[in-house]
Design a protein around this ligand. Structure first.
Ligand SMILES: Cc1ncc(C[n+]2csc(CCOP(=O)(O)OP(=O)(O)O)c2C)c(N)n1
Ligand SMILES: [Mg+2]
Length: 342
């Protein structure tokens, strides 16, 4: 096996996180994992249609960044968007119903897996085209700055976060947005989830400089490489970037080294990645990592963590029942939501 690129190990201190914050993080990551496992089950039972891309393994990135945000900050995602939506506070029922194409879904059953949206939770969307969300998130960051500085709205200090993959970081929109957001000092955080693969294309075969975080430097933007399998490491770097953006100092690029535990989508037999590579990353499970920290520093007992898992499992079951019981969109509403309504 070739040497795996990982970020430097982060040494979390005993007082890194409070019990309350630690349990919230654990709950959020557990929800992400159990929700996705249930999606796989429902997909194979024929309850969902189209492509469904799961996030298993990458939970430390979504939870580490999004639980560090304020509820009025913005989150922009890709087609791998279920867990970002959950971390942003979209109820599991609404996400599951959307995946079932039901009218009670967060996009009223029009979007499906790749197009989760919630204006209430400042979730700007899941986007199916690779890198499509990057300029959208930058637009959100622009409006924050414009409202604050031109319209003199002191409350307009919202930060935008933009999640995307290593493959997206080879797309022109990425570079254009890095340039523009530094030029305009926009309050945005670019979070590259480097999971080593873009479908079946290995990252180092597709890019000239595999260390994506270094690409910020060319535009005068701080770039951080972080262990994306460690929620506390992600959280620490996210907090720094959020404070910088909130203070009007401009954007940050974060490259989180992570791994998806399943195939590209549920239609992918996942035969290209080697067993030894998968085993290396499975042994770095981010949820187990957080559990070890919480128990080591007496922030939680194993029984308490088990209780959280049981509670979340029930919540996911309820989400499925809600989705099953919900109606399909009415065909007479087919042309609604295309243009702004009166
Ligand atoms: C503009 C565009 N080109 C190609 C595709 C097909 N496509 C879908 S996912 C994907 C790989 C993207 O990989 P990455 O950005 O690393 O994200 P990951 O799936 O690993 O989360 C590609 C090429 C697409 N959706 N959009
Ligand atoms: Mg990738």
């Amino acid at each position: 096996m070739t040497q795996e690129r990982t970020a430097p190990v982060y040494q979390a201190s005993a007082d890194e996180i409070s019990r309350e914050e630690g349990l919230r993080l654990y709950e959020d990551m557990t929800l992400g994992r159990l929700f996705e496992d249930k999606c796989a089950e429902m997909y194979y039972r024929g309850k969902m249609f189209g492509f469904v891309h799961l996030y298993n393994g990458q939970e430390a990135v979504s939870s580490g960044v999004i639980t560090s945000l304020r509820s009025d900050d913005y989150v922009c995602s890709t087609y791998r968007d279920h867990v970002h939506a959950l971390s942003a506070g979209v109820p599991a029922k609404q996400v599951m119903a959307e995946l079932f194409g039901k009218v009670t879904g967060c996009s009223q059953g029009r979007g499906g897996s790749m197009h989760l949206f919630s204006s209430e939770h400042n979730l700007l969307g899941g986007f199916a085209f690779v890198a499509e969300g990057i300029p959208v998130a930058m637009g959100a960051a622009f409006q924050s700055r414009y409202r604050r500085e031109v319209m003199k709205d002191d409350n307009a200090d919202q930060v935008s976060t933009c999640f995307f993959g290593d493959g997206a970081a080879n797309n022109g929109q990425f570079f254009e947005c890095l340039n523009m957001s530094v030029l305009w000092k926009l309050p945005i955080i670019y979070v590259v989830e480097n999971n080593k693969w873009a479908i079946g294309m290995a990252h180092e075969r597709a890019t000239s400089v595999p260390e994506i975080y270094k690409k910020g430097e060319a535009f005068g933007m701080p770039g951080y490489e972080v262990d994306g399998m460690d929620p506390l490491a992600v959280r620490a770097v996210a907090k720094k970037a959020i404070a910088r953006a909130r203070a009007g100092e401009g954007p940050t690029l974060i490259e989180a080294m992570t791994y998806r535990f399943r195939g590209h989508s549920l239609a992918d037999p996942d035969e290209l990645r080697s067993k030894s590579e998968k085993d290396f990353w499975f042994s770095r499970d981010p949820i187990k990592r957080l559990a070890a920290h919480l128990t080591q520093y007496n922030l939680a007992t194993p029984e308490e963590l088990k209780d959280i898992e049981r509670k979340i499992q029930n919540l996911v079951e309820e989400a499925v029942q809600f989705a099953l019981d919900s109606p399909e969109p009415d065909p007479k509403d087919l042309t609604r939501y295309i243009f702004a309504e009166d």
